[in-house]
Design a protein around this ligand. Structure first.
Ligand code: TYM
Length: 339
């Protein structure tokens, strides 16, 4: 990790807006536990982001606990990393407002995720959905975080966070006040694609449940979904170049490589010339091997929701203690009375 002026601090978040899937796990969660041994880490459950689209109040709380359970089950240790719900720490919303006044509408207009999510109905999307990436910048910079483990789909949002940080530093003549946060997107799991279409990403909102592996899927379900996964008439390739026109096969190789922690080259070498009848069961076995312990642990954590709530509320107190002096400096820098 580079970023010289500021002490390294890691921040990331996941929305409690539905079941977590293999893309979330490989793109983000799997990295969370590794980073906690090297750096100060904050892992947020971004419930304020979730409500930019309608969330049923009766299920939001439970989904928040589910994300917490997924964090814990994938190895995040609340004694090492801070885990908490975004809505419990006021710094997020306060800094988001200041950043709404720093960011330019032209910058926000370029965000492709808003266009994808709002679709043809942009006029009917909430204002919150539009300024969503500004809140994301506030999440990160309220802690002066320097590194952000995320999937590739978040790269554009991270670039916006850097632009906002830079503009704040320039506008108020406070060079280096905010770090320019870096996205950590390395590795074959950074962009997991749908099992039904290798050109669109695996997503919570895909209407087809067969398009994704959920962290709550049973072993039978995982086997079934990989069996049904779209491939083509060929056999397993021998070289990277053979994959340029085969997005589905390319994706399955990436998934195998991310789960087994072997290079794509090694995986390609092992399965060269084999049929999917051999590769798919091997991939399914590997996925069950890696995911079943997480699924079991998740339901164990979820059985004690009081303990989860206790961890999350204690985490929020710790997060607020880090953010508060930073926000106090921001208020002073902007020139508010009483600062
Ligand atoms: P969310 O909740 O959509 O996804 C959580 C994390 O999972 C990653 N991800 C994927 N990675 C690989 N392949 C996929 N198919 C895939 N789908 C999702 C996402 O990149 C993300 O890392 N805007 C964020 C939440 C957020 C945030 C933040 C993240 C809010 N504030 C501050 C980092 C820092 C989001 O919607 O993630």
């Amino acid at each position: 990790m580079t970023n010289t002026t500021h002490t390294p601090r890691v921040f990331s978040g996941v929305q409690p807006s539905g079941a977590m899937h293999l893309g979330n796990y490989l793109g983000a969660l799997k990295k969370f536990a590794v980073l906690q041994h090297k750096h100060e880490c904050l892992y947020c459950i971004v419930d304020l982001h979730a409500i930019t689209v309608w969330q049923d109040p009766a299920v939001l709380k439970q989904q928040t606990r589910e994300i917490a359970a997924a964090y814990l089950a994938s190895g995040v240790d609340p004694k090492k990393a801070i885990i908490y719900p975004q809505s419990r720490v006021k710094a997020h919303t306060e800094l988001a407002w200041y950043f709404n006044c720093v960011a330019r509408t032209g910058w926000v207009n370029r965000m492709t995720q808003f266009k994808d999510k709002a679709g043809k109905n942009a006029e009917r999307a909430s204002v919150g959905l539009y300024t969503y990436p500004v809140l994301q910048a506030a999440d990160i910079l309220a802690f002066k975080a320097t590194h952000v483990p995320v999937g590739e789909d978040q790269k554009q949002h991270l670039e916006l966070s850097r632009d906002i940080a830079q503009k704040f530093n320039n506008d108020f003549n406070v060079p280096d006040f905010f770090p320019l946060p870096e996205a950590l997107t390395q590795g074959p799991g950074a962009r997991v694609m749908s099992l039904r279409d290798g050109t669109s990403k695996m997503s919570k909102s895909d209407p087809s449940d067969n398009s994704r592996i959920n962290l709550t899927d049973s072993a039978e379900m995982i086997v079934k979904k990989f069996k049904k996964a779209k491939t083509d008439m060929g056999v397993m390739p021998g070289h990277e170049e053979d994959l340029s026109q085969r997005p589905e096969v390319d994706n399955l190789i990436s998934i195998y490589s991310a789960l087994s922690e072997e290079s794509r080259e090694t995986v390609i070498g092992r399965f060269e010339g084999k049929g999917f009848g051999e590769f798919k069961p091997a991939l399914a076995d590997l996925a069950v091997d890696k995911l079943a312990p997480i699924t079991t642990l998740m339901s164990r954590y979820l059985a004690d929701s009081e303990e989860i709530d206790r961890i999350l509320l204690a985490g929020a107190d710790k997060a607020a203690q880090i953010a508060e002096p930073i926000i106090a400096d921001v208020r002073k820098t902007i020139g508010f009375l009483g600062t």
